[in-house]
Ligand binder design. Structure first.
Ligand SMILES: [Zn+2]
Ligand SMILES: [Zn+2]
Length: 335
């Protein structure tokens, strides 16, 4: 038994309060992680407010965890006490379905999500299956690495899925928690990067993060000005946009990739896709192996999210900061 001192909400939209719970005896394939830092992701807010109708209370949010292994089950072969690991949106998967056997454990139909029906990383300890406790490369900056485990892999995976080449011209819609990481990845990838932002105040920062140009997404003329030019667009926003205008900025064979959880159906004219063999796709997070690859890429190129650090005890202040749209660009809680 391990006592965990955490922060939990007891109702939709509720304030997080100190909450103690006990983890049962460690399973043979599980590990316990002492939390050093935990990022706050927009999905934590969505879960807190039960926007997806699947929240169980008390809810301990937090799924961008980095920390240290403090206990390993007796069948765990790859991790030892003292290892630094990260745990993201998923904390387990069946390891025997076709997706798991294919190395796409993030597509496992019964994958366990770190904050769904169990408790996440806003606490001093968290538990996970060994496979999802991802070993961190040497030299990684622990204080900034947490958000890579959810937001980071969410925007890195599409680059691989779409086969983005260094010679490509690419666009990123929405320069917030996810989008700013996408800019850094795509710029290090070698692409010409266009940022679509509705906030002119962010322009200088966006250029510093690696964007080559910034298009005001509220100005249809600016969108028209780059018609037919982009090979790949990554949408990180979760609001309904004028999809057709964006699809028009794609070059023939271009791909519009969606990682923003837009709740309304997307109205997309078939002819916009047909003429130029364009496609619209989406993806969640990424596989375990790709997450490892991404972490190595981050250390090699010194790519980290731009973070604001709060103490775990100030979690409510941090959540309010995110909810008010003030996060620049990702918030990390220090345990
Ligand atoms: Zn997340
Ligand atoms: Zn599976």
């Amino acid at each position: 038994m391990r006592k965990v001192n955490a922060y939990a909400a007891h109702e939709a939209g509720g304030t997080l309060e100190k909450f103690q719970y006990e983890l049962p005896t460690l399973g043979s394939d599980q590990v316990d992680i002492k939390v050093d830092y935990c990022g706050i992701c927009h999905s934590d807010l969505s879960m807190l407010n039960n926007e997806w109708g699947m929240t169980q209370y008390p809810l301990v949010p937090g799924h961008e965890i980095v920390g240290e292994i403090v206990a390993v089950g007796n069948e765990v072969k790859n991790l030892n006490i003292g290892d630094k690991v990260g745990l993201g949106w998923f904390s387990g998967s069946c390891m025997h379905c076709d997706q798991c056997m294919d190395g796409s454990q993030h597509l496992c139909g019964t994958a366990e999500a770190t904050i769904v029906g169990r408790h996440g990383g806003f606490g001093d300890y968290v538990r996970g299956h060994w496979s999802w406790a991802i070993q961190l490369p040497k030299g990684i900056d622990m204080a900034k690495a947490g958000p890579l485990l959810c937001g980071g892999i969410t925007v890195f995976n599409p680059i691989i899925l779409a086969g983005v080449r260094p010679t490509d011209k690419v666009g990123v819609i929405g320069i917030g928690g996810l989008g700013h990481m996408a800019l850094k990845f795509l710029s290090a990838w070698g692409c010409e990067v266009t940022a679509f932002s509705s906030n002119p105040d962010k322009k200088d920062q966006i250029l510093k993060m690696g964007a080559h140009k910034v298009i005001n997404s509220r100005d249809p003329k600016e969108l028209e000005g780059i018609a037919g030019s982009l090979n790949f667009i990554l949408n990180t926003t979760n609001v309904t946009l004028d999809w057709n205008s964006y699809l028009t900025t794609l070059a023939p064979k271009g791909r519009f990739h969606n990682v923003g959880a837009v709740l309304e159906p997307m109205a997309i004219p078939a002819f916009t896709l047909i003429g130029g063999e364009k496609s619209v796709a989406g993806s969640p997070l990424g596989s375990i192996a790709l997450t490892r690859t991404m972490l190595d890429f981050c250390v090699r190129h010194n790519i980290y999210p731009t973070v604001e650090e709060f103490k775990m005890v100030d979690v409510n202040k941090a959540l309010k900061h995110l909810e008010d749209g003030k996060a620049r660009y990702r918030i990390v809680l220090k345990s």
